[in-house]
Design a protein around this ligand. Structure first.
Ligand code: DX5
Length: 223
């Protein structure tokens, strides 16, 4: 089943709560919260306080995408703020296995993200422990960037690695996902599509944008 994960990075922060509730009403099961530290990526956004403020407002899964280094220093406060899933970057720590264990010890789902230059094989020693793999389809740090077409092969490789091991965890993609690229990533094996600009900047409104993305993928299922 294809899922859309609106990224609040592109939301109107004067109306953040309202827009998250609109996304919930549109039928998504999660929103993604892009936590950036200005060090791992060249941008600073928000931290645990944003998650803490959204937590009591919505029943949606809150998915924290930690673009921070070292992630180990932030996992606990993000978990305590109310995140359901914590995604860390493979590139952000030399102790990836231990960081995934730390997320699980706090009772949260664990995801690992790969930057465009990082090959899928870097996941091989932790893949069996994950609930989600996030294939970045842009270089992390900003919304509204152009999709990187060569990441399609990596999406396929990640899905194949899972199938070889009989694993059915989520393959999520993030960056430049729109009506044109959505079918391509689903065909390659993705089943969760993070979308910021395509959802929050759409003339169709949040619900209309979510439905349009789902319709664009309707004839494809990740294989
Ligand atoms: C990059 C961010 C963006 C955002 C979605 O670090 O993670 O990918 O979530 O951006 P767009 O606007 O491309 O959907």
């Amino acid at each position: 089943m294809i899922k859309i994960a609106p990224s609040i990075l592109s939301a109107d922060f004067m109306r953040l709560g309202e827009q998250v509730l609109e996304a919930e009403a549109a039928g998504v099961d999660r929103v993604q919260i892009d936590v950036m530290d200005g060090r791992f990526v060249p941008n600073i956004t928000f931290g645990a306080v944003a998650i803490k403020s959204l937590r009591p407002l919505t029943r949606l899964q809150l998915e924290a995408h930690l673009m921070v280094t070292p992630p180990e220093d932030f996992i606990k406060c993000i978990a305590e703020a109310g995140a359901d899933t914590i995604i860390i970057h493979q590139e952000a720590t030399p102790h990836l296995h231990r960081a995934v264990q730390q997320i699980h010890a706090l009772g949260k789902k664990a995801g690992v993200a790969l930057n465009p230059s990082s090959p899928a094989c870097l996941l091989s020693e932790v893949l069996d422990d994950l609930q989600l793999v996030l294939v970045m389809t842009v270089n992390p740090g900003f919304g509204g960037q152009e999709f990187i077409p060569r990441t399609l092969h990596k999406i396929r490789r990640v899905r194949d690695m899972m199938q070889e091991r009989g694993i059915n965890c989520e393959v999520e993609v993030d960056g430049g996902i729109n009506l044109h690229t959505a079918p391509q990533v689903v065909k390659a094996g993705a089943n969760v599509l993070v979308a910021g600009t395509a959802v929050f900047d759409s003339p169709d409104g949040i619900a209309g944008a979510v439905q349009a993305l789902l319709s664009a993928c309707a004839s494809f299922e990740p294989t």
